[in-house]
Design a protein around this ligand. Structure first.
Ligand SMILES: NC(=O)c1ccc[n+]([C@@H]2O[C@H](COP(=O)([O-])OP(=O)(O)OC[C@H]3O[C@@H](n4cnc5c(N)ncnc54)[C@H](O)[C@@H]3O)[C@@H](O)[C@H]2O)c1
Length: 347
């Protein structure tokens, strides 16, 4: 093997640790350095993960040692960081949501195209064994014609959580709440399993938390394949409950509770094919309650994509899909009208 890919981490808060561990687990990667808005947090991080501190994002991006950056800043900064990285010819991994406005999403797509760099978007739920089993079953027609696809995300985030960083709960930096921040994972998996969404009708409210963005939302969906469905997302339910995805077709129903298949009622199949490959994490109650596994998988996938000049499994076009649905839900809630999504062939 030649030179390992040099990684840099931008933003040294909570999620940056997942990236540092995921990089450390790769044979073909080395963490070169980190940078953050506060020099102190970058220094603490660098000491813990044995890397250097870059005084600024610009310094990191101009370093020849850096091939890939992990963007772990507040969501409202993802697009500007990703565009800067792409213009500096660096590949990137951006945390979810990849961006928080349509214009920002387009800026990222164009910057990747123009500069020929790979962009991966973290969407960790797609990679669980249970989700992959359900995906294959749906693709193989095991459920028949799909009829409904629903996700329930009745989560709990405390007022202290929102107060823990100034950007949380703001339109400018969080870009949304129960849907854009906490719910995006479930929404992404729902559309990944059931298929592209055609129509969105949302009701989004701030019922209990002292934040700008929604803490509670219900969304009606129509999929391009004709199925219909719902998204329920909240961060205000006590004590908070696991995410449940239920998909029904003419031949049966499957249900996923977090990363476990809890229902497999399929015509002609006698017993349940229940699957779980995870410890019982509890991100529905605890913001840090999720495994490292999928960050490891996604960073390994990006390295392979770079080495073999292919698109990452969750590239920027895939990362756009849940953001489109969520922005449509917000627009619909404001206008009290359904929003029809464009078919995803604009690029
Ligand atoms: N994949 C997941 O499940 C998951 C979980 C948590 C957070 N996230 C995402 O990760 C991102 C960060 O969340 P967090 O909880 O780690 O936030 P955090 O507040 O703990 O950390 C954010 C970090 O970004 C730094 N920062 C802010 N402005 C910066 C700038 N201009 N330049 C460089 N650094 C800057 C801050 O100093 C801080 O260190 C968010 O987009 C969030 O949605 C994803």
């Amino acid at each position: 093997m030649g030179k390992k890919l040099g990684f840099g981490i931008i933003g040294c808060g909570m999620i940056s640790k997942w990236h540092a561990h995921a990089i450390a687990s790769q044979k073909d990667a080395v963490l070169i350095g980190a940078t953050s808005a506060s020099l102190e947090s970058a220094e603490r991080f660098a000491a813990e993960y044995n890397c250097k501190v870059f005084p600024s994002v610009e310094d990191m991006l101009s370093s020849e040692e850096i091939d890939v950056v992990c963007i772990c800043t507040p969501s409202g900064l993802h697009a500007s960081m990703a565009v800067m990285a792409a213009n500096a010819k660096k590949h990137f991994v951006v945390e979810k949501p990849m961006a928080i406005t349509e214009a920002q999403v387009q800026d990222i797509l164009l910057a990747c195209q123009k500069n020929g760099v790979k962009g991966a978007v973290i969407s960790q739920l797609r990679f669980s064994k249970a989700v992959q089993l359900v995906k294959k079953a749906i693709e193989d027609g095991v459920l028949g014609q799909l009829l409904t696809g629903d996700v329930s995300m009745k989560y709990y985030r405390s007022p202290e959580y929102y107060a823990s960083a100034g950007w949380r709960g703001t339109w400018e930096m969080d870009g949304g709440g129960a849907l854009m921040n906490q719910g995006i994972h479930g929404i992404d998996v729902l559309q990944y399993l059931v298929g592209p969404v055609k129509m969105v009708f949302g009701v989004c409210k701030t019922l209990t938390r002292d934040i700008e963005v929604e803490d509670t939302a219900s969304v009606l969906l129509e999929y391009q394949n004709g199925a219909i469905g719902t998204i329920q997302g909240t961060t205000s339910v006590t004590p908070g409950y696991p995410r449940i995805i239920t998909i029904s077709g003419t031949k049966g129903t499957v249900e996923l509770t977090e990363d476990t298949i809890t229902k497999w009622d399929v015509e002609g199949q006698e017993h349940s094919a229940l699957a779980s490959d995870k410890e019982n994490f509890a991100s529905f109650r605890n913001p840090a309650g999720f495994s490292l596994d999928s960050h490891i998988t996604q960073i390994a996938d990006l390295i392979d994509a770079i080495r073999n000049d292919r698109q990452p499994l969750v590239d920027v076009y895939e990362g756009k899909k849940p953001v489109d649905i969520i922005l449509a839900a917000y627009r619909s809630s404001q206008t009290k009208m359904p929003v029809f999504l464009e078919q995803d062939d604009a690029f």
